[in-house]
Design a protein around this ligand. Structure first.
Ligand code: NAP
Length: 490
C-alpha cells in the first residue's frame, strides 16, 4: 500500500506530538481500513487521555513562543506548508481515497480546496489589525489590539479529511494560536501526512499536533481536551449531536467555540429555471463525495410545471454514473464510509417507499459490496419521510413537488438546520425575494458549488456557530484587547 505513494514518508503509523512521532501507546493500536474493500491500511497508536493532555502541554509550551513571532514569520511558514501540500497533492489525494473512499479526481479537488486555505491565511496573517477609537475624554487614547486566543483544539470529521483540518489550522496558526487536532477515527492518515509537511515547512515543534484516537475513546479524549484549562478555543466540524456535547464542554470553561455542524440543504428548481443548468447543479450538489457532504442537496424541491421533465433528465444522468473503487479510472461514486452509512441510506429509501415514494432509479445496495449503494432517485416525496427530516449522507436524490413560491420556502425552511440552500431561477425579483426568505448561512443561486476559501463558510440554526474561510475566519482565533490610556493631555 505504501508503495502507492511517490513519497512513502507521508505514510505514517504514529501520532505527532511536540514535533515527535509517537508510535506506541499503553492502550495498544487500532486499524484504519479502506472502505472500498475492508483492507487494513495501517495500525495507529490508540492514544488516551494522558497523551491528549501531553499534546495540549506541547501546544501550550509552543504557544508561548509562537505568539511572539511576527505575522510575517507565520505567513512564511504557512506559505511553505502550502507549497509542500501542492507539491504532494497526488499522494495526499491518494491517501484520502484510500481511507475515505471518494473518487481520486474528487480527492484531488479536495486537496486543491484544502491548500487554498493555507495560502489564503498565509496572506491574511499580515492583515490582522486593531483599531484606534476617538476617546470620550481629551486626555485619553483608546486602542484595540488583537491577540491570539491560545491553544485551539480541533475535532474533525472523516468526510473531508484534509480540508476540514486546513480550514481550521491555517487561520489558527496565522493568528498565532497553536493547535491539537483530533481527526476522525476513520481518516487520520491524511492528517498525519499534513503534519509531516507542516514539520518540513518549518512550523515549530508543538505548534501543530495530531492525536490518533480510536472511536470508542473519542468521548473521553474529547472531554479531556475540551476541559483542559490551557485550551482556550474549541473548533469542531461534525454532527450536530456531538457539537452540542462539545458546546456544553466549552460552556464549563467559558471557552471560545466554533461549530460547523450538520445540514439538510434544500435545492429548489423553479419553473423559470434553466433546467439543464439545474440538472448540472443538482448532480454536483448531491453526488459530490458520494452524497456525504454537509452542504449536499438533501431535499430537491421542484415546481410542478417542470417536475416530470427535471426528473427524466436527472434519471438519465444518474443512470450514467460510474460506481467503483475511487482509485479506478473514471469512477464517480465510491463506497460510503462504512456499512452503517450504507445501511442508513437504504433505510431512508425503504422508509420513503413504505410511505408512498416511487423509486425512479437504483434503491438497492450495490453489488460491489456492503459499503456501496446504488445512486438512487426517488419521486413523490413528502415532508414526513425520514429523508426530509434527517441528513441522508448518501447517494439518494429525493424529488419533492411544490406549486407556489410560498410553499417552496415553507418546505425549505421546515428543518432545524440552516447550513446551505440552493435555488435555480432566472427571475431577478424572485431571486432577491427568495434569497431574503431562506433560512440558511450559505446560498447557491444558479449553482450547486459554493465552497471556496474567500467566502465565509458556516451555518445558522442548529447548523453551527462562527464562520470559516474568508477574512472573517481568522477572527475566530483572535481576542480583542481594549487599552484605555489616560493622562496624555489634550
Ligand atoms: P461526528 O460523528 O460528529 O464526528 C466528528 C468528530 O467528532 C470525529 O472526530 C469523532 O471522532 C468526534 N467525536 C465523536 N463523538 C465525540 C465526543 N463525544 N466527544 C468528542 N469528539 C467526538 O461526525 P461525522 O460522522 O464524522 O461527520 C459527519 C457530520 O459532519 C455530518 O453531520 C456533516 O453534516 C457534518 N459536517 C459538517 C460540516 C460543516 O462545515 N458544517 C463539514 C463536514 C461535515 P470518531 O471519528 O473517533 O468517532
Amino acid at each position: 500500500m505504501k508503495a502507492l505513494l511517490k513519497y512513502p514518508a507521508l505514510w505514517k503509523d504514529a501520532a505527532f506530538i511536540g514535533g515527535e512521532w509517537l508510535a506506541q501507546s499503553p492502550h495498544g493500536r487500532y486499524a484504519v481500513c479502506n472502505p472500498a474493500n475492508g483492507e487494513t491500511l495501517v495500525e495507529l497508536p490508540r492514544l488516551g487521555v494522558d497523551a491528549a493532555r501531553a499534546a495540549v502541554g506541547a501546544a501550550h509550551e509552543a504557544f508561548l513562543a509562537w505568539r511572539r513571532t511576527t505575522a510575517d514569520e507565520r505567513a512564511q511558514c504557512l506559505r511553505r506548508w502550502y507549497e509542500l501540500i501542492v507539491e504532494h497533492t497526488d499522494d495526499l489525494a491518494r491517501l484520502i481515497t484510500l481511507e475515505e473512499g471518494k473518487p481520486l479526481a474528487e480527492a484531488r479537488g479536495e486537496m486543491k480546496y484544502a491548500a487554498s486555505f493555507v495560502r489564503w491565511f498565509s496572506e491574511e496573517a499580515r492583515r490582522v489589525r486593531g483599531e484606534i477609537i476617538p476617546a470620550p475624554q481629551a486626555s485619553q487614547r483608546i486602542v484595540v489590539t488583537r491577540e491570539p486566543v491560545g491553544v485551539a483544539v480541533a475535532i474533525t470529521p472523516w468526510n473531508f479529511p484534509a480540508a476540514m483540518i486546513t480550514r481550521k489550522a491555517a487561520p489558527a496558526l496565522a493568528a498565532g494560536c497553536t493547535m491539537v487536532v483530533k481527526p476522525a477515527e476513520q481518516t487520520p492518515m491524511t492528517a498525519l501526512a499534513l503534519a509531516e509537511l507542516a514539520h518540513r515547512a518549518g512550523i515549530p515543534a508543538g505548534v501543530f499536533n495530531v492525536v490518533t484516537v480510536a472511536g470508542q475513546d473519542a468521548p473521553a479524549v474529547g472531554d479531556a481536551l475540551c476541559h483542559d484549562a490551557r485550551v482556550r478555543k474549541i473548533t469542531f466540524t461534525g454532527s450536530t449531536a456531538v457539537g452540542k456535547i462539545l458546546l456544553r464542554h466549552a460552556a464549563d470553561g467559558v471557552k471560545k467555540a466554533s461549530m460547523e455542524l450538520g445540514g439538510n440543504a434544500p435545492f429548489i428548481v423553479f419553473d423559470d429555471a434553466d433546467l439543464d443548468a439545474a440538472v448540472d447543479g443538482v448532480m454536483a450538489a448531491k453526488f459530490r463525495n458520494t452524497g456525504q457532504s454537509c452542504i449536499g442537496a438533501n431535499r430537491v424541491l421542484v415546481q410542478a410545471g417542470v417536475y416530470d421533465a427535471f426528473a427524466r433528465k436527472v434519471v438519465a444522468r444518474v443512470a450514467a454514473l460510474k460506481v467503483g473503487n475511487g482509485l479506478d479510472d473514471g469512477v464517480q461514486i465510491g463506497p460510503l464510509i462504512d456499512t452503517a452509512a450504507a445501511d442508513k441510506s437504504l433505510e431512508h429509501v425503504a422508509d420513503a417507499r413504505t410511505h408512498g415514494a416511487r423509486v425512479l432509479h437504483g434503491g438497492q445496495r450495490h453489488a460491489l459490496g456492503a459499503c456501496f449503494v446504488e445512486p438512487t432517485v426517488l419521486a413523490d416525496m413528502t415532508p414526513s419521510m425520514r429523508v426530509a427530516r434527517e441528513e441522508t449522507f448518501g447517494p439518494v436524490l429525493p424529488l419533492f413537488r411544490f406549486t407556489t413560491e410560498d410553499e417552496a420556502i415553507a418546505l425549505a425552511n421546515d428543518t432545524e438546520f440552516g447550513l446551505a440552500a440552493y435555488f435555480y431561477s432566472r427571475d431577478a425579483a424572485r431571486i432577491w425575494r427568495v434569497s431574503g426568505r431562506l433560512e440558511t448561512g450559505m446560498l447557491g443561486i444558479n449553482t450547486g458549488l459554493i465552497s471556496n476559501e474567500v467566502a465565509p463558510f458556516g451555518g445558522i440554526k442548529e447548523s453551527g456557530l462562527g464562520r470559516e474561510g474568508s477574512s472573517h475566519g481568522i477572527d475566530e482565533y483572535t481576542e480583542m484587547k481594549y487599552l484605555c490610556w489616560d493622562g496624555l493631555g489634550a
